[in-house]
Design a protein. Structure first.
Length: 389
């Protein structure tokens, strides 16, 4: 009977869906589910609550009955606020170029589905966020992974090395998940030059734009000549700790936005209205974001100090991740599993973020400082034990 059910299932599930590997991050979440003894450095989610002013505005919206659909575009006031907000990152846009989405995940999905035709090549610098390649594959595109080793930086030369693939789209994310690396204006200009020469459209995932530690975030869409070549993705999940409220946005050239809106109309219709009202208030709460950023930077500095005792670690310039090299003879999955079993600390294997992530692990320092200190003590002990054996 079971065999018959398996055959039926394999026939009705789309082949491309069957071929997609489950998320390596989620696999480790499943391993620790329900275990209170684990210190998890695996979750890419702020440990702060949504600032009270935002929650209060959402509660008030519910009490007033603001629960109907908005325009497919999203609230006009919120789109106007985002246009004004993004001026701080050098981007000039109009409300008509903004669409409000159910998190950045939906914005990414809309952008990929709007741009990718069958066989189109999408360049994906690795290590990278886990959904870029599967989304490209689902849309019948051809993902081409581009290693950013050894320093996790994308350069003009690395991009031009892919010229023979005739890429149509480049997906970039900075500050980066999982490495914490980001780009200066000069480095972005190199990427922009390559994009122009290869005639690529750029999907720029800037969800961690507020969480930079060395210098202010610059959007690649702000560079001369790039305004018609870049789709900016951002949202309120990470910087404003609004993960479960599922609110993001895209800023795109008008023709691209029109395509994204069509898909959004038929699949999602609009982002949750109370969340949109909360996001409008969030744009007035940048002082709260600064408090969170300051605390993340304190934790980042501590992670650097402790892990550099036992391994190599590129300095995270943004987000809330570190991506240390595994200094002992173990694969990234073996390291993560043994650390979990022996020390009750959860990290994510580097290969979850692409082949070039092998030999590393990702840890998130979006946890309370006391837990972070204890977790790092355990990690250092673990590495010392195997380094001496």
């Amino acid at each position: 009977m079971r065999r018959i059910e398996d055959l039926r299932s394999s026939r009705r599930i789309a082949k491309r869906v069957q071929e997609i590997r489950p998320s390596g991050i989620r696999r480790f979440f499943d391993l620790i589910a329900g275990r209170d003894d684990i210190i998890s450095l695996g979750v890419g989610e702020p440990d702060f609550s949504v600032p009270w002013r935002i929650r209060e505005e959402i509660i008030y919206a519910l009490e007033k009955g603001y629960t109907a659909y908005t325009s497919n575009f999203g609230l006009k006031e919120l789109r106007e606020g985002i246009v004004e907000y993004y001026k701080k990152f050098g981007v000039k846009a109009y409300p008509e170029q903004v669409i409000i989405t159910c998190g950045v995940s939906e914005a990414l999905d809309l952008a990929v589905r709007t741009l990718v035709d069958h066989g189109d090549v999408v360049l994906i610098p690795e290590p990278c966020y886990v959904s870029y390649k599967p989304l490209t594959y689902i849309c019948n595109g051809e993902p081409v992974e581009l290693s950013t080793l050894p320093d996790f930086k994308l350069t003009y030369e690395k991009l031009m090395s892919a010229a023979n693939f005739k890429p149509k789209i480049l997906i970039i994310n900075y500050p980066n998940n999982p490495t914490g690396v980001t780009y200066s204006r000069r480095e972005l200009e190199e990427i922009a030059d390559a994009a122009v020469e290869l005639d690529m459209t750029i999907i720029s995932d800037e969800i961690y734009a507020e969480l930079t530690y060395s210098e202010k975030h610059t959007s690649i869409a702000s560079l001369n000549g790039m305004e018609d070549r870049v789709i900016v993705l951002n949202g309120f999940s990470k910087s404003f700790a609004m993960t479960g409220l599922r609110i993001g946005f895209a800023i795109a050239p008008l023709d691209v936005l029109e395509g994204m809106l069509k898909i959004h109309q038929y699949t999602m219709l609009c982002a949750p209205t109370p969340s949109q009202i909360g996001a409008l208030e969030a744009l007035k709460c940048l002082d709260e974001v600064e408090k969170m950023r300051t605390e993340y930077m304190r934790r980042r500095n501590y992670v650097l100090k402790e892990l550099k005792k036992v391994t190599e670690l590129p300095k995270p310039e943004g987000a809330f991740y570190a991506f240390p090299k595994i200094p002992i003879e173990m694969s990234s999955e073996e390291f993560a599993e043994k650390l979990l079993i022996e020390k009750s600390v959860a990290v994510v294997p580097g290969n979850a973020f692409g082949e070039s992530g092998e030999g590393f692990v990702r840890l998130s320092y979006a946890v309370k400082f006391e837990k972070l200190r204890e977790a790092l003590n355990r990690i250092v002990d673990f590495i010392d034990k195997y380094a001496k054996s």
